[in-house]
Design a protein around this ligand. Structure first.
Ligand code: FE2
Length: 347
């Protein structure tokens, strides 16, 4: 059994929280203990509907290679951002498997804007789409898409800023009306990176889609994915900046920002981000979040970049996307090696 005691995540209908009992070497010990048989940890993630909040991993910030070792406990492959031609400023200078999310140079990543209005009618942080924007699942514009993301807090903004929001899309799917479940069962979403001119915003602004190479093309995924470990069905979709509103967002339905596909997408995201399916994570230095992209949505929130430094490290874990993707070549690998991906993608 994992050397980790977990309990249900307070403030959420899904997820689990745990803390390591610490000695100086405990993260290393934890990794060593589970490296030979990581399955109990993966089972723990599955039983928590895809979200583990692990506290007390501050040692990772002094030894970032530990984050990569931890990532391998949740899948067979960990992305190397150097190999995927991500801009250098967006990944760790010594550990290229770590994506850097920070307002500090050289990353200089800006947080999303404050929602309008800033609070809900009841004075709470807006979470539900479309009051809240930015809901996505990591790198869904790839085939096969990644399985799991790990996020580690190295420097945090104060409480009430810079949160990460999560939504349980398994529960969201299971609570859809049967007629809606049948309607979407065989539909596919068309996912696209935000920087190729196919997003909702780009189409609304009248931009001409950028010419893309083969490894940058939009990718199709089922709106309802079957989790390869649990067999449970979950909604798999993103908001407007990570879907293709030129040919989609949903294959076979009227395309464009006002088409039937867009209306269906908005309805499903509004449903999936209802309070009963969501969780707001307030970060503490040393938090390590393990989130399953196959059955969760997540969204970042604003923080005051003039007043606070924030530094998060992310890894993406691959290798178990499901039967539908088995044997496929990775869509995002350039065969020419000449053209970097633009932008850093979803965060
Ligand atoms: Fe993300």
């Amino acid at each position: 059994m994992p050397s980790l005691e977990i309990t249900p995540l307070p403030g959420a209908s899904f997820g689990a929280i745990g803390r390591l009992s610490f000695s100086d070497a405990s993260v290393t010990t934890f990794i060593e203990r589970h490296r030979k048989d990581p399955q109990p940890l993966r089972d723990m993630l599955n039983e928590a509907s895809g979200l583990l909040v692990l506290r007390g991993f501050g040692k990772v910030s002094a030894q970032p290679s530990l984050l990569v070792q931890l990532s391998y406990l949740f899948g067979s492959e960990v992305e190397n951002y150097h190999d995927t031609l991500t801009s250098k400023r967006f990944f760790h200078e010594k550990i290229p498997q770590i994506l850097v999310l920070s307002n500090l140079p050289p990353c200089n990543h800006a947080p999303p804007p404050i929602p309008h209005p800033p609070l809900t009618d009841t004075g709470e942080l807006p979470v539900r789409y479309p009051h809240r924007h930015g809901w996505h699942t990591d790198q869904s514009y790839r085939r096969p898409p990644p399985d799991v993301s790990l996020l580690c807090a190295v420097e945090c903004s104060p409480t009430d800023q810079g949160q990460t929001l999560f939504a349980d899309t398994t529960a969201a799917y299971e609570t859809l009306a049967p007629t809606m479940q049948r309607r979407i069962q065989d539909l596919q979403g068309i996912h696209a990176p935000s920087w190729i001119g196919r997003s909702q915003e780009a189409v609304r602004a009248g931009e001409t889609p950028k010419r893309t190479l083969a490894h940058q093309l939009p990718q199709r995924h089922p709106l309802v994915r079957v989790h390869p470990d649990t067999g449970r069905r979950a909604l798999y979709l993103c908001e407007g900046n990570q879907m293709d509103f030129v040919d989609g967002p949903i294959q076979g339905l009227e395309s464009g920002i006002d088409g039937e596909g867009a209306r269906l997408l908005h309805e499903l995201i509004h449903h999936a981000t209802a309070p009963q399916f969501t969780y707001v994570h307030e970060w503490t230095v040393g938090d390590l979040l393990v989130g399953d992209n196959r059955c969760l949505l997540h969204a970042p929130t604003w923080y005051d970049t003039d007043q606070h430094a924030r530094l998060m490290w992310r890894t993406t874990v691959m290798g178990n996307a499901g039967d539908r993707y088995r044997g496929e070549a990775k869509s995002w690998i350039s065969t020419t090696g000449l053209q970097p991906m633009e932008g850093m993608g979803d965060v």
